[in-house]
Design a protein around this ligand. Structure first.
Ligand SMILES: *[C@@H]1O[C@H](CO)[C@@H](O)[C@H](O)[C@H]1NC(C)=O
Ligand SMILES: *[C@@H]1O[C@H](CO)[C@@H](O)[C@H](O)[C@H]1NC(C)=O
Ligand SMILES: *[C@@H]1O[C@H](CO)[C@@H](O)[C@H](O)[C@H]1NC(C)=O
Ligand SMILES: *[C@@H]1O[C@H](CO)[C@@H](O)[C@H](O)[C@H]1NC(C)=O
Ligand SMILES: *[C@@H]1O[C@H](CO)[C@@H](O)[C@H](O)[C@H]1NC(C)=O
Length: 545
């Protein structure tokens, strides 16, 4: 513990404020910035609408030659290739999204198309000029490798490279990033330097000529401490960085906030998760709400406990098809790690995912919501639980090919992929599962996460999972940060019908390095494509690096 004079002062300050909270203090393993100059605030103007002609030409490229249909519904415009969503514009918020049609991508040596990015950056219709700054940042690379049954995996190849326009604010002799979901301009470049995907949302900002006094470091530390303790994760958190950013919630303001990154340890074990949080940067508090950390008293309904002793129902009853009326519905099952300090956050993420899905389409049925248990995945249990739904979401702590389900069990309810799951796998051949979202950290390592020449180890456990004919598993290859807002966003993206694989990987990339395992040739499938596929001959792993 780095106990400085300032930490001591903050502790004294807090002792009175938190006398009734039975929770330890977090460790601060970083410098806390000191600012003395008054902080500016900005009012946001009208959202720029990405120019239609340019957008349509990007969508045409993104489809890679496949036929594109356009559909308008209320305030939304959709571009589809078959059943798969390629482009979406929300004419109320003026947000634009384009997702590449994955089967049309070619691998190669990727470079950022600087000329194209500079042209976008200089285009007033896309990035309206104001007192804020915008600069080019090189983002992540989408990489893939496949393995045919019984063969060595193919060498990893890169398919897309992200180029971002990062907005920042000059203040106190430095540039401070704009954070939050509002200022987005990210572009996916293919091997020919063409744009295949984008996320765009941007409002010009006007200085409000309102100056706020920045919190001093003691108060920054005290406020962060207070948030972590109220969330019940004080003693398991280590704050690893604190910086100043200007939060854009795509609402009215760009407001100064201190952003902190913390690692949160699982109870009784070594696993960690990231957490990103924000506190208002000044003594005037927040101008509009900043994202909050879930606290045990503010989360949604708690899951039920699965009945692990029930006699499995005969599979014929379980497998009976959905009723005619519900023929096109997608059943959703959510399974969350219990008895961990982060459990309220897992509930928050699960509630948001469902909210996002249902906000986008009425076809989603909330059919299962349980505290997680290894039984959910076994030969007898999976028929009643994970393999009885089309779309499953597990959340908790994880590590390579492993996740935890119940912090109170002696082994914390460890589930190993593949040793602890049904030998018949999941999918339409044995049940119903088509897509599995793993919210835990690190469960899907990529071939490059193993020593050279051992890339097959990344694939090996997944063959059993896919045995039943499912379509795809998506999650993270590295540590991920808790971020309920993003889970709502990804629910919306998947619910509108993007590729589950890339819609998830791209949307959640800001929360950690995402990855996916998919049956070869099925990486474009949307969540509505749930037909069972039989045993696979080839698996593909996609990852961001
Ligand atoms: C979206 O763009 C249109 C056309 O430029 C504009 O009239 C509208 O006000 C914008 N919407 C928002 C929320 O700023
Ligand atoms: C469009 O954006 C508005 C404002 O953010 C939101 O309320 C609405 O649900 C969005 N519509 C779609 C179809 O995403
Ligand atoms: C942060 O600390 C300051 C100074 O103690 C206090 O006035 C303010 O209310 C705190 N804000 C929050 C959100 O805790
Ligand atoms: C905090 O973590 C986020 C990712 O979760 C990262 O983008 C950001 O740079 C980190 N901030 C600092 C100051 O390290
Ligand atoms: C978790 O494990 C404990 C100990 O085995 C058990 O009593 C409890 O029912 C399990 N599930 C939940 C949701 O706590």
């Amino acid at each position: 513990m780095h106990l400085t004079v300032s930490a001591l002062a903050a502790t004294v300050f807090l002792a009175t404020a938190l006398a009734d909270v039975n929770e330890g203090y977090p460790v601060f393993d970083c410098k806390i910035p000191l600012f003395t100059e008054k902080l500016p605030t900005f009012a946001l103007g009208k959202a720029a609408l990405f120019p239609t002609g340019q957008l349509e030409s990007i969508i045409k490229t993104a489809a890679g030659g496949a036929k594109v249909d356009v559909r308008e519904e209320g305030d939304a415009k959709y571009w589809l290739t078959g059943e798969i969503l390629i482009g979406h514009v929300n004419k109320t918020s003026n947000e634009s999204l384009v997702f590449p049609y994955l089967p049309s991508l070619k691998p190669g040596d990727l470079k950022i198309n600087n000329d194209a990015l500079k042209a976008l950056l200089g285009d007033q219709a896309i990035i309206p000029q104001d007192k804020t700054r915008a600069g080019i940042v090189i983002g992540s690379r989408l990489t893939g490798s496949s393995q045919v049954v019984g063969k060595q995996p193919a060498d990893p190849a890169t398919y897309l490279l992200e180029g971002l326009i990062q907005r920042s604010i000059p203040y106190a002799s430095g540039l401070h990033p704009v954070c939050g979901s509002g200022s987005q301009a990210a572009f996916d470049f293919d091997i020919d330097g063409n744009i295949r995907g984008l996320r765009h949302s941007w409002r010009p900002a006007a200085d409000q000529n309102r100056l706020l006094s920045p919190l001093n470091p003691d108060h920054i530390q005290a406020n962060i401490t207070r948030r972590l303790m109220a969330a019940g994760i004080g003693s398991s958190a280590t704050v690893t960085s604190v910086d100043l950013c200007f939060y854009d919630a795509n609402n009215q303001y760009l407001q100064p906030a201190f952003r902190f990154n913390a690692t949160v340890k699982s109870d009784n074990g070594p696993e960690i998760t990231f957490l990103e949080g924000f506190i208002p940067a000044s003594y005037s508090g927040e101008l509009e709400p900043l994202p909050a950390i879930a606290t045990p008293s503010t989360t949604g309904p708690t899951p039920s406990t699965p009945d692990v002793n029930a006699t499995p129902e005969p599979p014929t009853r379980r497998l009976a098809g959905p009723s005619r009326r519900q023929a096109s519905s997608v059943s959703v099952g959510r399974y969350l790690m219990s008895n961990d300090r982060l459990s309220p956050n897992f509930i928050d993420e699960a509630s948001n995912l469902l909210r996002g899905l249902r906000g986008a389409s009425s076809r989603f049925v909330d059919s299962q919501y349980y505290w997680d248990d290894p039984y959910v995945y076994t030969a007898s249990g999976s028929a009643r639980y994970i393999n009885a739904v089309h779309l499953a979401f597990s959340d908790g702590h994880g590590s390579a090919h492993t996740f935890l389900t119940n912090g109170s069990k002696t082994d914390r309810g460890r589930v190993r992929i593949s040793g602890d799951i049904s030998a018949r796998g999941f999918g339409g051949g044995t049940g119903r599962l088509a897509y599995w979202i793993l919210g835990e950290c690190s469960v899907i390592p990529a071939p490059i996460d193993f020593p050279s020449g051992q890339g097959q180890k990344a694939f090996e456990p997944w063959w059993r999972v896919f045995e039943g004919g499912m379509h795809a598993v998506v999650g993270y290859r590295g540590l991920a940060s808790v971020n309920p807002g993003k889970w709502r966003e990804v629910g919306g993206v998947l619910g509108r019908g993007t590729s589950v694989v890339h819609g998830f990987m791209r949307t959640m990339l800001p929360t950690g390095k995402t990855a996916a395992v998919t049956r070869c040739g099925r990486d474009a499938d949307s969540v509505f494509m749930t037909a069972g596929l039989g045993r696979p001959e080839c698996l593909q792993i996609w990852w961001y690096k």
